[in-house]
Design a protein around this ligand. Structure first.
Ligand code: FAD
Length: 484
């Protein structure tokens, strides 16, 4: 029998399309949607564990993206005759209080695989049960449904290729769910509530930097628009595999990650759009490759479901204790600030700091430099990314960092030869010159190794290494020799 009043608690599923929690809630006569800005997600927090350190949980780019996403969700719900209750408080206090105020029988919500998110939902479920309300969880964050995996998630392979082959061979992606008709929302005395401001959350306001790859604006509306632009208006998917290692501009990759991770876009919806594109435009290696990348995203979500907090340990899921990680906060700061003296790394970090985004190629190099070249505790780099990234996701971020640091799903040496990478992917030096303007007059063939410039060349190219731009903090050639 359908319940009379349901609450739907939005988490990282800030959308009306393909949202099982919302669809099932809409079987009730009245549905009250609610979202909580959890104060624990903002401000300085401890990393946790024996050798904990402190860092900022959410930086200004992601905080703004989430506020915009919630504002857009409220507008979309209101356009459809519903509403959205917004609170700044812990979900385990907010959600049961709202459910009690409207005498709800059930609260529907998205369940997440990662430990902190899981702990929050367990606290919500406990409180709901105490007040006689039924919690109803829905798995909606991945392309493949947890229940459709060929084996229980506890048994999935720790190797991406085996995982991918098993789901491609023996599982099916479900169709996205249609938007439900929304029943009345009994906001009444509960009150919809204001959206928290940036300062209310304790984060800085930031302006978009005009050098940014894309002006990421949060919300389902802008996420759907981005997908439409990338696939249909600009027809870029047909070349994705050739362009995806790009560094500059909006079009070399989909840029869907912030919307996917805030749940403004459903991966199944993206998959269905790719499918349609393959039927109506072209089906080739590039169209397949976008799904291949979405499977990396799934892989890390399921890996976190399987291994949980082991991912956050210094030795990772392999429990490696044979790497001598350094604790050198001065060096960490140089890396984070884009002042290492290695232009390709500095460009990547300055882009991150100015925009909240980095391409996959830039992330791999920035992470490898910290973890493999400097051998600084990889978790501090990952935590810095957690703060800054507009598209941060615990599983994708810590999963990729652990992978590169050799403590995750791959034990191979993932150490990058940075100068070689820079020459391959930024051959004309345009990326470095965009973010490291001190080097803008240096010719492309010298820009990735300014320490090799003679005094005369430095004078000619208007840069004095060690004065205008730092000396390299490490001798790369020497380091690569020792690593070999
Ligand atoms: C050190 C490091 C940290 C990272 N942290 C994050 C993170 O916090 N959040 C995040 O979404 N991605 C993360 N990535 C993966 C990847 O860099 C981004 O997903 C990608 O750059 C986002 O840009 P895009 O949407 O244009 O990607 P596209 O190339 O267009 O890919 C399409 C989608 O596939 C998924 N995807 C692609 N590559 C990966 C990957 N390696 N792992 C997981 N999913 C992937 C993303 O959802 C992405 O939006 C990280 C990678 C590295 C090396």
């Amino acid at each position: 029998m359908a319940s009379d009043t349901a609450v739907v608690w939005f988490r990282r599923d800030l959308r009306v399309h393909d949202n099982e929690a919302l669809v099932e809630a809409c079987e009730a006569g009245e549905v009250l949607p609610v979202v909580a800005f959890d104060p624990r997600e903002y401000g300085e927090r401890a990393f946790g564990g024996d050798d904990s350190f402190r860092f900022e949980k959410t930086g200004p780019y992601r905080a703004r993206f989430r506020r915009e996403s919630v504002a857009d969700l409220r507008e979309r719900l209101r356009d459809r005759g519903s509403d959205l209750v917004v609170r700044h408080g812990r979900p385990e206090e907010v959600v049961p209080a709202v459910a009690a105020a409207v005498d709800a029988d059930v609260v529907h919500f998205q369940t997440l695989a990662t430990p902190e998110e899981r702990a929050v939902e367990n606290a919500v479920r406990k409180r709901l049960r105490e007040v006689g309300v039924t919690p109803s969880r829905h798995w909606t964050q991945t392309l493949y449904h947890l229940n459709d995996l060929p084996s229980p998630y506890t048994d999935i392979s720790d190797t991406y290729t085996s995982f991918r082959k098993s789901v491609e061979g023996d599982a099916t992606v479900r169709d996205p769910l249609p938007e439900p008709d929304l029943p009345r929302a009994p906001v009444g005395d509960v009150g919809a509530g204001p959206l928290p401001t940036a300062s209310g959350l304790g984060v800085d306001e930031v302006e978009y930097d005009e050098r940014a790859a894309l002006a990421f604006e949060g919300g389902e509306s802008s996420g759907l628009d981005r997908l439409d632009r990338y696939l249909w208006r600009e027809d870029r998917l047909r070349k994705y595999k050739d362009t995806r290692n790009g560094l500059l501009g909006q079009g070399f990759s989909s840029k869907l990650s912030p919307w996917l991770n805030a749940g403004c876009l459903s991966p199944r919806y993206v998959h269905a759009a790719v499918d349609r594109y393959e039927h109506e435009r072209v089906s080739n290696d590039s169209t397949y490759w976008l799904v291949f990348e979405l499977l990396w995203r799934d892989f890390f979500q399921f890996q976190f479901a399987k291994h949980g907090a082991d991912f956050f340990g210094q030795g990772g899921i392999r429990g490696r204790d044979d790497i001598d990680w350094r604790q050198d906060d001065a060096a960490l700061e140089r890396w984070a600030g884009g002042e290492t003296g290695i232009p390709f790394v500095d460009a990547a970090m300055r882009e991150l700091n100015a925009t909240g985004y980095q391409s996959n190629r830039a992330r791999q190099n920035a992470a490898s430099f910290l973890a493999n070249t400097l051998r600084i505790d990889w978790r501090k780099g990952a935590a810095y990314f957690e703060t800054q990234l507009v598209d941060y996701d615990p599983a994708s971020n810590y999963g990729n960092w652990a992978y590169i640091a050799g403590v995750g799903n791959d034990s191979r040496d993932r150490s990058f030869d940075i100068v070689n990478q820079a020459n391959t992917y930024d051959g004309d030096g345009a990326y470095v010159k965009r973010w490291v303007p001190e080097l803008s007059d240096v010719p492309a063939e010298a820009v990735h190794e300014p320490w090799e410039l003679s005094d005369t060349e430095q004078a000619e190219y208007d840069v004095q290494v060690g004065v205008d731009y730092p000396e390299p903090m490490i001798d790369l050639e020497d380091r690569h020799r020792t690593l070999r």
